[in-house]
Design a binder for this molecule. Structure first.
Ligand code: UDP
Length: 330
């Protein structure tokens, strides 16, 4: 297959490009390198640097890429707190970028797209594990724009015959087993990379945001899913569309929750190093528990997480952080 990956220099995008290349597929990447890293792009991929909001740029890529089977779309801003401070940045980049891309895809007859969505589309869940049919009421502009992007695909699909798969991830973590690519965000806000900065000597302690949640140990519970398993789900989703599957939304998680304290303890075990912690106030907008039901992805896509132990997830992340304490150093 020839696949165009939007945002293929970012964390989950770069792992998906590696998985596609390793499976023998041919890949083109678009990334504006605002948050992505050129060094994260697999060497076999054709790289186009530019912004999805630039119609001329997107058209020029699609004019060159005449053999495309599908597009996988990761190109979006994804920080909850930033989206609360600057919602219009999220409306502009996430929605306007997707709109321009879809205009160009419709004009060039590219009719299949796999989309990187999020559990943030649900907001505060009405039950756990969360199912795809559950209420979607985002509590921040990040989740709201991702939900609007899904709806854009739906209506463009009805009008122009586009088919889409939207993958709502829970907590992506871990790194490629090679240690060549991994998570490198500026600023870093995610729990596992922040924890690992402590044994890596980059941070004094890990903050625990909130110890009075309605969970067993009082800290938030999340469903951590290995980035390589997410990458495989994107390939399965493209294959599903290639085989004629109709538009669908799938959750992707392991179906098991770990508390912040459990994640810190597991990181101590995996690294064999002490990790100091500090209890702090809640971070605004964090639900007590987020756990996915991924039964639908297992049934319809035939997807199954391979790296489903938290030890394995943290061990691959630690391998990346130890080898690359300063990330991609760009
Ligand atoms: N968290 C924490 N300390 C940190 C970063 C995160 O206690 O330094 C908590 C956060 O409140 C949440 C969980 O860890 O309950 C996972 O947060 P993350 O930002 O990794 O992912 P999110 O669930 O927000 O997508």
């Amino acid at each position: 297959m020839r696949i165009l990956v939007l945002g293929g220099a970012g964390y989950i995008g770069s792992h998906t490009v590696y998985a596609l290349a390793e499976a023998g597929h041919s890949v083109a990447v678009i990334d504006n390198l605002e948050t992505g890293h050129r060094a994260a792009v697999h060497p076999s991929a054709t790289f186009y640097q530019g912004d999805l909001r630039d119609r001329n740029f997107v058209d020029s890529v699609l004019e060159q890429e005449t053999e495309l089977d599908a597009v996988i779309h990761f190109a979006a801003n994804s920080l909850v707190a930033e989206s609360m401070r600057d919602p219009l940045k999220y409306y502009d980049n996430n929605l306007c970028g997707t709109k321009t891309m879809l205009e160009s895809m419709v004009a060039h007859g590219v009719d299949k797209i796999v989309f990187s969505s999020t559990a943030a589309t649900y907001g505060i869940p009405e039950r756990v594990p969360i199912r795809e049919s559950d209420r979607t009421e985002p509590v921040n502009p990040y989740g709201e724009t991702k939900l609007s992007m899904e709806k854009m695909f739906k209506w463009v699909g009805k009008a122009h015959g586009l088919r889409f798969v939207s993958l709502r991830y829970f907590n992506a973590a871990g790194a490629h087993v090679s240690g060549l690519i991994g998570e490198d965000h500026h600023p870093e806000t995610h729990l596992i990379p922040l924890i690992l900065q402590v044994p890596a000597g980059k941070r004094e302690f890990i903050s625990i945001f909130g110890t009075d949640y309605a969970t067993e140990d009082g800290t938030c519970v999340r469903d951590y899913i290995h980035v390589t398993d997410l990458a495989q789900a994107h390939i399965k989703a493209v294959e599903y569309l290639m085989e004629g599957g109709h538009s669908e939304i799938f959750n992707l998680g392991n179906g098991v929750g770990f508390s912040v304290r459990q994640v810190i303890d597991t990181a101590r075990k995996v690294t064999g190093l002490p990790i100091s912690e500090k209890e702090e106030a809640r971070r605004p907008g964090d639900p007590d528990v987020l756990i996915a039901s991924s039964d639908k992805a297992r049934e319809l896509l035939g997807w199954k997480p391979e790296h489903d132990s938290l030890e394995d997830i943290i061990a691959t992340a630690w391998n990346w952080h130890r080898r690359n304490p300063d990330g991609y150093r760009e």
